[in-house]
Design a protein. Sequence first.
Length: 113
Amino acid sequence: VQLQASGGGLVQAGGSLRLSCAASKSIFSFDFMAWYRQAPGKQREPVAVLTSGGSPNYGDSVKGRFTIFRDSAKNTMYLQMNSLKPEDTAVYYCVMYKDRDYWGQGTQVTVSS
């Protein structure tokens, strides 16, 4: 399975972006999907997690601002990011898991103050 992340860019604080993670095959049976991010000099951290049959979970710093969801018909997972802050600046990665994990290549999000 190949994952293609897109949608990153430069946005002012308070703005919005929607990230997409397109899979090369059906995502219907994936057990676990998530978005991670890695800021310069920091460890990669989970941002939002979506499990099959479960409710989404979010990191404390993005609760109420970010929404993870998927469109199985399009084999795509999304991350809607609102009220962006400079501290959200990072490379964002998508990951999906079934038997093993599959990672996308990352997309840069830069939030200017």
